[in-house]
Write a protein that binds this ligand. Sequence first.
Ligand code: AMP
Length: 209
Amino acid sequence: MNIILLGPPGSGKGTQSTYLSSAYKLNHISTGDILRSEINEKTKLGLKAESFMNSGSLVPDNLIIEMVSKKLSLLNSVLLDGFPRTLNQAEALDNELAALNKKIDFVFYFDVPPKDLIFRLSQRISCKNCSSIFSKIDKEYICSTNCSEQKLFQREDDKPEAISKRMESYTSLTAPLIDFYDKKNIMININANKQILEVSKEIDELMHA
Ligand code: AMP
């Protein structure tokens, strides 16, 4: 099974990915996490991506498509989190999957009103070591069990100017994908403006429907 999580920044795709990849034994491909780790390791790709990411812009399609294609050719049953984000990427994904004789089974669109997204992003803190995501309003921050050393930080792109740029990029470049996948009849709308467990439950019910 191959699934795409589509939705604006801060809509909870990363948080639900942790649950879904473990519950449905899917390989989690988060393009944001891969890029952050490339930046930490100061690789060529990381150095090219860093300024785009910190300013809240999208990283150029050619870099992202190459990065994801490598993973797709190696992994079965993937959960795509943060990819595709442009029509070019979505078309490249279709071609890549067709060549591998695979397909997308579901696209879950995470629907959250814009004012709630901005609040969520401004409250978000993450662990640099294991990518766990928390909110400043949580009572405690407990990383995933395999995290050896918690290193909490606020992402550069969760600061106010970068948040507005990310919202603009989402509206102009990523939102058209809602229509793209709707026309293919594989898109399911999720009300993601709820507690984490309630969102997971809604997805579970849809997966078993
Ligand atoms: P995320 O962790 O998914 O919020 O992604 C953080 C940042 O990584 C984005 O704001 C972009 O700069 C970059 N990024 C992640 N995925 C993509 C993608 N599919 N296409 C272009 N840029 C991406």
